[in-house]
Design a protein around this ligand. Structure first.
Ligand code: ADP
Ligand code: GLC
Length: 477
């Protein structure tokens, strides 16, 4: 079975968040089900630069404002089809935002083009390649579903995965005439959304199946609280909506072999974690006492509950704990974290920025990994935490609710606990969970048991890959 995945980022080539991890890991996971997945990606400089041997398989004289080509290449074990369109993707700055952090004004063209090309590929643009299914990720690829539906392509099936419904790709009505869609597409049954154009909305309307990245989030987004305006549409489409939990790449994230760690270790012997803990203490400028280290690796945004962590910083210190924070994001949250760190030298360490390698050390050395998100479609950092013996302390939402077993008395007694959950998501509840974590940490036997249980939890793609394989079969009929 040939499937064309369409993603705006892919690990290890270009990543701003979990979407890249998923897009990068899914093809290998599906290969075991005899599914050949190629991934269509934008030709950002990072991607073009990584191609050693590429083959041009198609050319466009004018693709949404300039010439473009499609290059097929195998890079880092991935089968890629790279959309080389310099006028859209060859620029410095972020992949979605410019140097000053503002969305690129032509994002609609950049991602309409990506989606349009996906639909053309499915129609047989390249000889000898005709995927039966397009698997589109997030709003940047969602329009592929609209191009298939309004391009009268009745053969191709489209699966659209929502990784985060907060990002919808909404634009003014004035772009519509330039989208290469027939007039009838500017309607409730197409891409029209509150008088403008909604890329995710159009995709959700037109896709054959919709998935999101955890069962709980699949339920949550059908409510006004989490649906961000799309809950009505998702309720209409509830029969085609599936929640399939993300896995993680268990070879890239393996404490027994991870080259980014100071010491490798296994579930049977977590004592060696101490060496990573020491390395972490040094790296974050922390004091070397035995108080629990709370680690955080995150985009610093409202979604991730960073303000709640800042609010609880003094409390963590009062309880004898320490904080190691790695992240970047919204200026005011970066500042709040920096202020807390300045107030508690040696107790709070803050590395501002994005550092893939350091993120591994945090997982391998911290005692607790904090994920107090206000909403979290799946979340990967708690899965890394489970695998690395960093006990996840999470809010009870989305994928966090589905992947961590709270250490309530009964769960501790039964030996099934793997972390701590709190709900509703606010500062005092986070504070209470932090106190619970500190008390559990003072009972080394229970703590070690939770670590072992977490480390043995199956966080691989195996289970979810079979669910995707089943879904592909189903929509092909
Ligand atoms: P989201 O995609 O919403 O940001 P996820 O938990 O799904 O959340 O994925 C986040 C990914 O990005 C993880 O792989 C995490 O380790 C990584 N990450 C986030 N912030 C940083 C950072 N500052 N440095 C390194 N990796 C980071
Ligand atoms: C999004 C979500 C995150 C999820 C990731 C991968 O970025 O915010 O929860 O894990 O996509 O699906």
């Amino acid at each position: 079975m040939d499937i064309l995945s369409v993603a705006s980022e892919i690990y290890p080539l270009v990543k701003t968040g979990g979407l890249a991890d998923v897009a990068g890991a899914l093809p290998a996971a599906l290969a075991e089900h005899d599914i050949a997945m190629r991934t269509l990606v934008p030709g950002y400089p990072q991607i073009i630069g990584s191609i050693k041997r590429g083959r041009t398989v198609a050319n466009f004289d004018d693709l949404f404002g300039g010439p473009a080509a499609l290059i097929a290449a195998r890079v880092a074990g991935l089968d890629l089809i790279v959309l080389d369109a310099p006028h859209l993707y060859d620029r410095s700055g972020g992949i979605y935002v410019d140097q000053s952090g503002l969305d690129w004004p032509d994002n609609w063209q950049r991602f309409a083009a990506l989606s349009w090309v996906a639909a053309e590929l499915a129609k047989g643009l390249v000889e000898g390649y005709r995927p039966a299914i397009i698997h589109a990720h997030d709003w940047q690829a969602a329009m592929a579903a609209a191009y298939v539906a309004f391009g009268r392509d009745t053969r191709t099936r489209v699966v659209l995965t929502i990784h985060n419904i907060a990002f919808q790709g909404q634009f003014g009505a004035e772009i519509f005439p330039h989208l290469r869609l027939p007039d009838e597409a500017f309607a409730m049954t197409g891409v029209e959304y509150y008088g403008g154009v909604g890329f995710l909305k159009g995709g959700l309307r037109c896709a054959h199946a919709i998935t999101t990245v955890s069962p709980t989030y699949a339920r949550e987004i059908r409510s006004p609280e989490f649906g961000m305006g799309l809950d009505g549409l998702l309720n209409e489409r509830s029969h085609d909506l599936y929640g399939i939990l993300n896995g993680i790449d268990i070879s890239a994230w393996n404490p027994q072999t991870d080259p980014e760690l100071a010491a490798n270790y296994a579930a049977a012997n977590t004592r060696k974690r101490e060496l990573n803990r020491q390395a972490l203490v040094e790296r974050f400028g922390l004091e070397a006492d035995q108080g629990p280290i709370f680690g955080l690796v995150s985009r610093l945004t409202w979604q991730k509950g960073i303000d709640l962590v800042a609010e609880n910083a003094d409390w963590i210190i009062e309880l004898g704990g320490k904080l190691a924070i790695l992240g970047s994001g919204d200026g005011h949250l970066e500042d709040a974290v920096a202020v807390a760190a300045a107030r508690h030298p040696g107790r709070i360490g803050f590395v501002r920025g994005y550092d893939e390698s350091l993120s591994h050390l945090v997982q391998g050395g911290a005692d607790v990994i904090l994920v107090p998100s206000r909403f979290e479609p799946c979340g990967l950092t708690q899965l890394y935490g489970l695998r690395y013996g960093a006990i996840p302390l999470v809010s009870r939402v989305g994928g966090l609710a589905d992947t961590v077993i709270d250490a309530n008395e009964a769960a501790v007694e039964a030996g099934v606990a793997t972390g701590l959950q709190f709900s509703p998501v606010d500062g005092p509840n986070l504070g209470e969970a932090i106190s619970r974590a500190v008390s559990l940490y003072q009972r080394p036997d229970i703590w070690a048991r939770m670590q072992r249980k977490g480390m043995k939890t199956d966080v691989s793609w195996a289970n979810s890959a079979s669910k995707y394989a089943g879904l592909y079969q189903k929509i092909l009929g």
